[in-house]
Design a protein around this ligand. Structure first.
Ligand code: ATP
Length: 230
């Protein structure tokens, strides 16, 4: 498998405060990679560096062989990075379908494919996005990211704060995306159990450094306690 996303030696700062200290991470075509670590360890900053929402000061980020350094965020997104950001942000004042259509770019994903994945969105297609439940809004935000026809889908805490049943539904969709479409996915989430079922590999961050990276199956309970326990 060739690397679709290659992050090497990336450092990032917020003002004078350093958040990343030389992060290395790769996602191959068709691979699901779990980015893990306790709160504040640098997961979102790593994702924001990829999306060019935080500038990286050293190191390199390549996507599909192309260096992302210096690209504006919207240009990086157009190369095929689909981000589902932390916190749900559907466009209020637009219907479900308008939200989806606004994100559309030509490719395999269109309204029909999104509605097949999330039948509830089809049921609510004419409703204002504001009237959706939290879980439905999250489905809409994922649907919107897919409408951009990404080569890599990045999910930052996509199930946070949702009811258990909705969470399971979203994890079911992630597993279907992997099995049926072979989409590459980088996922940040708190559920070790769900990550274990869905991810091929895991990368663990601690204080802005990668402290462990291997096949998901190699992550023992002892390692999880050490790096992820509270
Ligand atoms: P969480 O699960 O809480 O989102 P995280 O692993 O995603 O955690 P980051 O949000 O990347 O961690 O934060 C990494 C470090 O950078 C933390 O020390 C955090 O306090 C700091 N940080 C994050 N965002 C900012 C910001 N906008 N300004 C200043 N410091 C920040």
């Amino acid at each position: 498998m060739s690397a679709l996303l290659e992050i090497s030696g990336v450092t990032a700062f917020y003002g004078h405060s350093q958040a990343l200290f030389g992060v290395d991470l790769e996602v191959a075509e068709g691979e699901v990679v779990a980015l893990m670590g306790r709160n504040g360890m640098g997961k979102t900053t790593t994702i924001h560096s990829v999306m060019r929402l935080v500038p990286h000061r050293a190191g390199a980020i390549r996507f599909a062989g192309q260096p992302l350094g210096g690209l504006a965020p919207h240009r990086a997104a157009r190369l095929g990075l689909g981000l589902v950001p932390e916190g749900r942000r559907a466009f209020a004042g637009l219907s479900v379908e308008e939200n989806l259509v606004a994100a559309a770019r030509s490719g395999a994903w269109g309204l029909r494919e999104i509605y097949a994945l999330f039948p509830r969105l089809e049921e609510r297609r004419g409703q204002d996005a504001r009237s959706l439940s939290g879980g439905e809004q999250q489905m809409l935000v994922i649907g919107r990211a897919l409408m951009t026809n990404p080569r890599l889908l990045i999910l930052d805490e996509a199930t946070e704060g949702l009811a258990p049943l909705i969470r399971q539904e979203i994890w079911g969709v992630i597993r279907r995306l992997k099995a049926e479409t072979g989409l590459a996915i980088l996922v940040v989430d708190k559920s070790l159990k769900e990550m274990s079922r869905a991810a091929d590999r895991a990368v663990i961050l601690e204080k802005g450094r990668v402290v462990w990276a291997d096949a998901m199956g190699a992550l023992t309970q002892e390692l999880a306690d050490r790096y992820l326990g509270v």
